[in-house]
Ligand binder design. Structure first.
Ligand SMILES: NC(=O)c1ccc[n+]([C@@H]2O[C@H](COP(=O)([O-])OP(=O)(O)OC[C@H]3O[C@@H](n4cnc5c(N)ncnc54)[C@H](OP(=O)(O)O)[C@@H]3O)[C@@H](O)[C@H]2O)c1
Length: 342
């Protein structure tokens, strides 16, 4: 302990995860602990947290899901959280008193870190900018739209969660890149903010507007890009209004995060957790390449690597009943009608 600490013990408050929430997060899922900080160890710096980011992803971090992109927050440990703060005291090379640092500092007032745990951030913008445009939201909007979406001027984009921290930046970045933008948000006031202040071309309120009709009216030829933050009905409406060869960017599915039962449709969160790509195709788009494909397949056949069987039904008149064998699974091989003898 340093002399200063002997005289003035340094108190800290931390919030620990006590139990895994069921449904919405409740205060009793956490425990607040008061503690005295130990003397600062060699190689460490003490950070006073100034801004702590609260993110939808936290709902996933406190669940027991071992199959996600980060392990669950262990019970009894400080809740995980991105934050920015100021160095109060340092015994660490590269970190000095007064530096601003960001990183996963957690739900705590003070934390002792090693230099590898944090990034020193320039003091050229107000510190709160590191929570927004220069924080997770800005990076997510930029990467998701510009690198995953690959937008082109003149395209039409829809974004859900549009008045949120990620969504509002996605729409504005798209406008800055020459796209037409429609946002979907949850109140009239939010929709007004999008169109009157942020420059969105249009906005829909998913609580009161007909999303299918609204999207069709805005983009009669379909959406080129859709940036999804929500899931559920808005995603369904966007899917119905996509242009052929359009692209969906699945960033978040917040409408499912507190679900206590699996949604009835496919559970899409694995697309995000495992960074999956999902792409549709229609084979008849590629009729001109059939010859090329048959040549490749012939190569496998000649090596005995492909087996095949037909399920042949005789008589054209059998077709109307035989077709249903496909839907009950009673075909064993490619269902084929022998219309006549060769
Ligand atoms: N993939 C990544 O790396 C990554 C990184 C950061 C964030 N995200 C995702 O991005 C999305 C937005 O995050 P954010 O931090 O910017 O939060 P945010 O949009 O600032 O806040 C969440 C908003 O979601 C909307 N919402 C909540 N429940 C909803 C529901 N059941 N149906 C429809 N809308 C609902 C609410 O706005 P309304 O009033 O409009 O309903 C709420 O204000 C989240 O899905 C998050 O998980 C992903």
């Amino acid at each position: 302990m340093t002399i200063a600490q002997e005289i003035y013990p340094v108190n800290n408050t931390r919030i620990l995860l006590k139990q895994r929430p069921f449904g919405m997060i409740k205060p009793e899922d956490f425990e607040i602990v008061e503690e005295t900080m130990p003397a600062l160890a060699a190689g460490k710096a003490r950070v006073r947290v100034v801004y702590l980011s609260l993110d939808p992803a936290m709902r996933g971090w406190v669940s027991a899901d071992e199959n996600s992109y980060v392990p669950p927050v262990p019970l009894g440990s400080t809740m995980r959280g991105l934050a920015v703060g100021v160095i109060e005291e340092s015994n660490a090379e590269g970190l000095k008193r007064g530096d601003w640092v960001s990183g996963f500092l957690g739900w705590t007032k003070l934390i002792d870190v090693e230099p590898k745990d944090v990034n020193v951030v320039p003091q050229v913008v107000p510190m709160e900018a590191y929570m927004g445009i220069l924080g997770l939201a800005g990076a997510t909007a930029y990467y998701g739209l510009m690198e995953v979406g690959e937008p082109k001027a003149g395209q039409t984009l829809c974004v859900t969660g549009a008045a949120g921290s990620v969504g509002s930046l996605v729409g504005q970045l798209a406008k800055a890149n020459g796209l037409r933008v429609i946002g979907i948000a949850g109140s009239e006031e939010k929709c007004k903010w999008l169109t009157e202040e942020l420059g969105f071309d249009a906005a829909l309120n998913y609580k009161t507007d007909d999303l299918e009709a609204g999207l069709r009216a805005f983009a009669p030829e379909g959406l080129d890009l859709h940036f999804e933050n929500v899931g559920g009905a808005p995603l369904q409406a966007a899917l119905h209004n996509m242009k052929a060869h359009g692209k969906l960017i699945i960033c978040g599915l917040i409408s499912n995060y507190n679900a206590t039962e699996m949604p009835s449709g496919p559970e899409l969160s694995a697309i995000i957790k495992k960074r999956l790509t999902m792409q549709g195709f229609v084979m008849t788009d590629h009729l001109d390449r059939f010859g090329e494909f048959f040549q490749k397949l012939g190569g496998y056949m000649s090596k005995g690597q492909l087996k095949y069987r037909l399920d042949i039904v005789d008589g054209l008149e059998s077709a109307p009943t035989a077709i249903n064998r496909l839907f009950v699974g009673s075909n064993t091989g490619k269902l084929t009608i022998r219309v006549s003898e060769l």
